[in-house]
Design a binder for this molecule. Structure first.
Ligand code: AMP
Length: 373
């Protein structure tokens, strides 16, 4: 194994760090293309392992286990941005890691991410770095109320965030800073949240997928509507921003970019994820290639076709017990494309699966999944 050329061909092995649903859908795309797939994940029989050739059961910072995955693989990719950067660095001379550390360093730390965007003249909210009480007071004085305090590392789906709407919230936040790094962001009133997936390979071929309009509940993505119901100038704006980010990052693979749309139709980048994204799951059924196939093609050094979308789509996440309902009701819903991730334990708010429906009318499509509201 250990092919150090830039192209990985079918029958060779893709190692994926992380065995959740994103790894699972990457693995399905890779298997369909004839690759062998190995997963590293601490949970036995993780969703991605259920559709792969082998799993190494170990923590993400277990260097020996990561070395072992590297030894068995021709290319390594990851399904989430909180991969231990040191462990990746140590395998870079053993195996192809096309995404490089750059993408991880920038996207896994909110300050690095915001600085990268700001320094490249891309639109971001006002923000200030905070690591102690004095910095928090000064940041709130500059940014004002309402604002949101977010941890620089490790937060997702609204975890580790504190709304700061008044003095009392500020005192609360001040008492709960612990020794973490934070970013204070101005809270913007947006009219919609939208996202775009961009794919780039090492030959600088760049493709974007159609823009999703995203509806969140309790900070978790609930529904994506594609194409997003926004003026064509907004689609164009998102595409231009995505292409610029892909170039500036020297992206290899797929990157998801989340935006806030302001009432004046101006986009602001909220955050980026250096991997396929939940709001891009619709691409499996609605596009000529999925975001997962695009990712595999890019990290394997293959070319990517021009992205085309043949249908409109609505995707709804099956959170917690909604997956049980979906399993029961599947029999009478032939139009549902149900993806059940095979997670062992159903927990409130946990992403257990999703349903995509495709067709010509967004209203009709929303009606087909209305029971998951
Ligand atoms: P995040 O984890 O940064 O994606 O934040 C989760 C959700 O919180 C977003 O999808 C928004 O709905 C909301 N949110 C985060 N940051 C801001 C902000 N600066 N202004 C307004 N809403 C925000």
């Amino acid at each position: 194994m250990n092919n150090l050329s830039n192209v990985v061909i079918p029958q060779e092995t893709i190692g994926i760090l992380g065995g959740g649903q994103l790894g699972q859908m990457m693995a399905i795309a890779a298997k369909q293309m004839g690759y062998k797939v190995g997963i590293l994940d601490p949970t036995p029989n993780a969703p991605a392992a259920q559709v792969s050739d082998f799993q190494i059961i170990a923590n993400y910072d277990d260097q020996e286990a990561i070395n072992s995955l590297a030894n068995k693989s021709d290319v390594i990719t990851y399904e989430f941005e909180n991969v231990d950067q040191n462990t990746i660095q140590k395998i870079e001379d053993k195996v192809l890691v096309p995404q490089k550390l750059n993408e991880l360093i920038i996207t896994s730390h909110r300050k690095h991410e915001k600085d990268f965007l700001f320094n490249n003249d891309l639109p971001v909210v006002n923000y200030k770095y905070v690591s102690n009480k004095e910095e928090l007071t000064s940041a709130v004085n500059q940014i004002g109320f309402p604002s949101i305090l977010k941890t620089c590392e490790g937060g997702y789906d609204g975890h580790d965030q504190i709304d700061i709407n008044n003095e009392r919230d500020m005192v609360y936040a001040s008492n709960n800073l612990s020794d973490r790094e934070w970013l204070l962001e101005q809270k913007v009133s947006f009219s919609k949240e939208v996202s775009i997936m961009v794919a780039r390979n090492s030959d600088n071929q760049i493709e974007t997928f159609p823009l999703s309009e995203n509806i969140h509940k309790n900070h978790i993505l609930h529904t994506s509507i594609i194409p997003g119901r926004v003026p064509s100038s907004v689609h164009e704006q998102a595409k231009n921003i995505a292409v610029k980010i892909a170039k500036k990052l020297s992206l290899v693979g797929v990157l998801g970019i989340e935006f806030f749309l302001l009432p004046n139709n101006q986009l602001i980048v909220n955050e980026m994820a250096p991997r396929p994204h939940n709001s891009g799951h619709y691409t499996i059924e609605a596009c000529n290639i999925s975001q997962f196939e695009a990712h595999i093609r890019c990290v394997c050094g293959l070319s990517i076709p021009k992205i085309k979308m043949d249908h409109k789509a609505v995707m709804v996440n099956l959170l917690g017990k909604n997956v049980l309902k979906a399993r029961k009701e599947l029999k009478n819903n032939p139009n549902w494309h149900l993806h059940d991730y095979g997670k062992a334990e159903v927990r409130v708010g946990r992403k257990m699966g999703h349903i995509t429906v495709i067709g010509n009318s967004i209203e009709d499509l929303l009606g087909k999944v209305k029971q998951f509201k």
